[in-house]
Structures are given as structure tokens and as C-alpha cells.
Design a protein around this ligand. Structure first.
Ligand SMILES: [Zn+2]
Length: 319
């Protein structure tokens, strides 16, 4: 484990935000999320070092990309829409997809007439042979100055140890007027900052619009669009009612232990089968949870409308 200063402004003045376990793979390991008092950047601190992080990405993590193929296909379609303007008037525009996993998004774009390349460091992701994939951290990519019309990073930058180096490299490899499209979580949202929606410690950094804007200025890019919809990934504000009750009625901080159990956790705990009778029993014994779940879609819509949702897709242009 290593302790770090703020990646954006260098400050060592940090405040504690919350503490949670790795809920997916190592539930006995807990991590602190802190916020920089100087610029508002959120991050895991202390954190697993670059050498240590690989164990938090077991092969099961990558199974996600090979299940629910219909969902992923719809996702690629949605992602490709952010690049429509770049395509106009160009014969074969060049795309670099950072964190390309099994390469399916880049492959999708190749069918749309793009010349594609990818970057992927994980040894646990599948080998790719049909287009060039650089198996090194993106910030170490050499000899690609001003090569690409677009660079994309779908849910990647929250995973890296040095986002500043990634933003710098994106700016370096883009042609002038090229665009960088990246999806990240929103640290200003209830889901990210209060409802433990982040996948810690795989997510190491938590951005806000202000911190992204500041990164862009430093690396010579200009933020031109932000999209707070759940068209690609979602971060529903599950647990919001428990949060309100804890803060307003119990008048104390909301912790990971205050989060409602998922239905499957409830079934496991009570040794029940998943059927109508257990669902009915759950509903009777968890009325707050039922109300919480029932209103999540409405609250989600409100957050998208007010730009306070947990997911954002930013588009930046190289100056
Ligand atoms: Zn800072």
C-alpha cells in the first residue's frame, strides 16, 4: 500500500470522506476515500500500489465483457454517437481506445469505417489479433504524437494510478482539434460520494466537473460537452432513503454498514429460495427498502435532469 498527495494540485491536505470494503472480491479489506481540500479531487488513500493492484482484477472481472452481449452492443452504439462529428468529411479517421479490454468497441468502430488501435494493460483480458493493441500503460506510449482524430476511454480513468499522465498523453497523441471522449463517475453525485456506488479499490480516482476542467486546462484541452445520462452505464442512487433517515432523523454520518442489504444477501442470510413468497416476506419486513427502490428511477431521472447523476461522459477538444 502507498500513500499519495493529490494528483491534480499536489496538495497533501485531505479530508476523510468514507471507508468501504472491496465488496466484489475481498470483503475483508477496507479502504479510505479522501477528498483534496485544495481542488476537490477524490481518491483512495492509502491505496494498493501499481504492483499490487493486479490482484484486485481477477479473471472474473473480465467475464463482465463476455456476458450480456446485447447490453454491450447497445453500449457501443451509444458510445459511437459521441464520435459522429469527427467522422464527417474524413475518409478513415483514426481512433485510439484506451482500456480496450477485449477490443469490441474498437472493432465496432472499425466496421463504421474507422482505423482503430487500442491500449490494454491487463494480463487477464483476452488477446487481440485483428488490430494493433499496445500492452503498456497508456502514459508510456511513445512515438504517437498528433496521430489520432479521437481518443476514447470508457470507464477507465477512475482506474488508473496517475490520471494526470493519462490526460497529458491523450492531449499529446491527438491531432489538433481531435477529441478525447471519456466516461467517468461523478464525485458530486449522491451515488458516488454518499451511497458507496464506487467500485473501490478498482476505482482509485473520483472526478467532478471542476477537477476535469482543471485537468483539461493544464494539458491543453478544452472541455466542450458533458452528458449526465445513463445511456451507457448507470449508477442508481440506491440507499438514498436510508441516507436521508440517518442524516436527518438519526443525525449522524451515513456509513457502509447503514446501507440496506441486497435482496440476494437477504435470501442468503435467511436461507430462503428466490420466489414469490420470499419476495412478499421481504417486502413486509423491509418497507423502507421497498420505498427506496420504488423511487430510485424517479430520483435517477431528476439527477440526470439537474446534472447531478453519478455518471458523466465528457468531450474535450485538443487546442
Ligand atoms: Zn487537489
Amino acid at each position: 500500500m502507498e500513500t499519495v498527495n493529490c494528483n491534480l494540485c499536489g496538495s497533501a491536505k485531505l479530508k476523510f470522506v468514507y471507508n468501504i470494503p472491496d465488496r466484489h472480491f475481498f470483503p475483508n479489506e477496507r479502504f479510505n476515500v479522501v477528498e483534496c481540500k485544495g481542488c476537490g479531487l477524490g481518491f483512495v488513500n492509502p491505496r494498493p500500489s501499481f504492483e499490487e493492484i493486479n490482484r484486485y482484477y481477477p479473471p472474473e472481472f473480465y467475464e463482465y465483457f463476455t456476458t450480456d452481449l446485447a447490453f454491450h452492443k447497445k453500449r457501443y452504439q451509444e458510445e459511437s454517437k459521441y464520435l459522429l462529428d469527427v467522422k464527417k468529411g474524413k475518409d478513415r479517421p483514426r481512433l485510439l481506445d484506451i482500456g480496450c479490454a477485449n477490443g469490441d468497441f474498437a472493432r465496432y468502430m472499425a466496421i463504421q469505417g474507422w482505423e482503430v488501435e487500442g491500449v490494454e494493460i491487463s494480463a487477464n483480458s483476452q488477446p487481440i489479433h485483428d488490430f494493433p493493441v499496445y500492452r503498456i500503460p497508456f502514459d508510456q506510449l511513445e512515438g504517437k504524437c498528433a496521430q489520432y482524430d479521437a481518443v476514447t476511454a470508457w470507464a477507465v480513468l477512475e482506474h488508473v494510478h496517475n490520471p494526470m499522465a493519462y490526460f497529458r498523453k491523450a492531449s499529446e497523441v491527438l491531432k489538433s482539434d481531435g477529441i478525447f471522449v471519456f466516461l467517468v463517475t461523478n464525485f458530486k453525485s449522491l451515488s458516488s460520494k454518499r451511497l458507496f456506488g464506487e467500485d473501490v479499490p478498482r476505482h482509485l480516482y473520483f472526478f467532478t466537473r471542476d477537477t476535469i476542467q482543471r485537468y483539461m486546462e493544464i494539458v491543453g484541452m478544452e472541455l466542450i460537452a458533458e452528458d449526465y445520462r445513463n445511456n451507457i452505464y448507470g449508477m442508481p442512487p440506491r440507499g438514498w432513503l436510508y441516507y436521508l433517515i440517518t442524516r436527518l432523523v438519526k443525525r449522524r454520518d451515513f456509513t457502509w454498514e447503514d446501507m440496506p442489504p441486497s435482496f440476494s444477501q437477504y435470501l442468503n442470510r435467511n436461507k430462503l429460495e428466490k420466489n414469490i413468497s420470499s419476495m412478499f416476506r421481504y417486502a413486509l419486513t423491509h418497507p423502507i427498502d421497498i420505498l427506496d427502490r420504488a423511487l430510485v428511477p424517479l430520483l435517477e431521472r431528476y439527477q440526470i435532469w439537474t446534472k447531478t447523476y453519478g455518471i458523466v461522459t465528457y468531450t474535450a477538444r485538443k487546442k
